[in-house]
Design a protein around this ligand. Sequence first.
Ligand SMILES: NC(=O)c1ccc[n+]([C@@H]2O[C@H](COP(=O)([O-])OP(=O)(O)OC[C@H]3O[C@@H](n4cnc5c(N)ncnc54)[C@H](O)[C@@H]3O)[C@@H](O)[C@H]2O)c1
Length: 426
Amino acid sequence: MKKISIGIVGFGEYSESYLDLWLNHPLVERVVGAEMIPERRAHIVKHYGIKMYESYDQLLECEPDIECIGIFTPRHMHGPMVIKTLNMGKHVFSAVPMGITEDEIYEILDIVKKTRLTYMMAETCYYFPCAVWCRKKYKEGAFGKFVYGESQYYHDVMDMVAAFASQGDKWKRTAGIPPMYYSTHSMSMLFSAVDDYPVDVTCFGYVDTEGDDIYGEGKNDWDNPYSNETAILRMSGGGIARINEFRRCGNVRPTSYITGLYGDKGAYEGSGNQHLFSRNDYYNNKEFTSETVSDQINSYNFIRDKEKDSVVNRGAGRTDYRYMMGYSEIQDTDRLPQSFIDIEKVAHVNSALGHNGSHAFLVDDFVRSVITGKLPPVDPWMAATYTLAGIYAHKSAMMGGVTLKLPLIGKAPEDWEKIDFDDIKY
Ligand SMILES: NC(=O)c1ccc[n+]([C@@H]2O[C@H](COP(=O)([O-])OP(=O)(O)OC[C@H]3O[C@@H](n4cnc5c(N)ncnc54)[C@H](O)[C@@H]3O)[C@@H](O)[C@H]2O)c1
């Protein structure tokens, strides 16, 4: 079977946690990298022994035959790099978000539609067990009709200083990026679960008062005064979504999760490692049921620890975020290569199965998509919907919360199928 080659661009905090997966996927035959900071480059060469270039441009120039590029540069840089790479005829795996302007997003959609190259926004939260659980149960009809849901990404800006360090002295200018420009985690979990898209948005921002020169007019590249933003979105099916993007907040972990998804017949509610599902059947047999579904959603690692009567077992609520380290029962791990099931035995870092094991699914979906020419689960049109909703939410906040109509992105072309896990068996 065909194998792929990939060049990874940007080795900051994040992309190293994927490297063992790229190197251990049975259908990836070559991995090279590019990083501008010499110490980061040297670290990768020393531990992984892959060929490293000094920049994205140098990698493209020296490796004309590399067919895929993974973009892990800072969050505001993706759009132009994705466009350039696609225009060179290469497939793209890109960290979120898809872009930070409408123009970037429309251009990516245009190129992909014409070329049918794979563009995959690496949306980790689509694979989070709470999202997988809600998506599965919603599809089965357990919720009835969607009426309301809330999800969020809470990550204090001072807990992300390392992620902005590559910007040097200017780090505050990018750290102050509008929170809603990074809302695809929250949007994707909820919208994919109920298979719907938003049509209107209204959003309010919390004017930051910390006084540390990150937020405010003239302080960052977007003149953004808000550290926290709350959006209300009306979905095409009539339900309402509430999305919070907070960068000054007291909670530490977890960062992204669904707090509640309410249908007219069933409801999921999550808090840390506690996951509940209730079902209201008053309308037919007058029964009301409520069950804990935590063991389907929390990771096996967490459950194993719990059985050992660790501190996790004695605590309650959101006591330990290891519940999101590793795979969970609800995830379809049978479709993954065996090397990914065993990845912790060979991984150089303990984050290979971080973010709820989502990196393994992302890498495998990308490889399947490139090899088969089919669309990944989060296709470019879904990525555009999630990203644009955030861009419009910030626009609404800057206008004092006026309600804005969202552009209709539509769906992927009907003759472009999604990947089928039967196409490739490991
Ligand atoms: N759950 C998630 O989906 C998740 C989690 C963390 C980070 N991210 C995303 O991943 C991306 C990377 O995050 P990070 O925290 O590692 O950021 P980072 O700033 O620490 O790392 C980015 C790296 O890219 C390098 N770089 C920039 N331009 C380059 C170029 N032209 N050529 C080569 N290298 C270049 C920088 O030197 C830097 O080391 C961001 O977009 C972030 O939003 C996503």
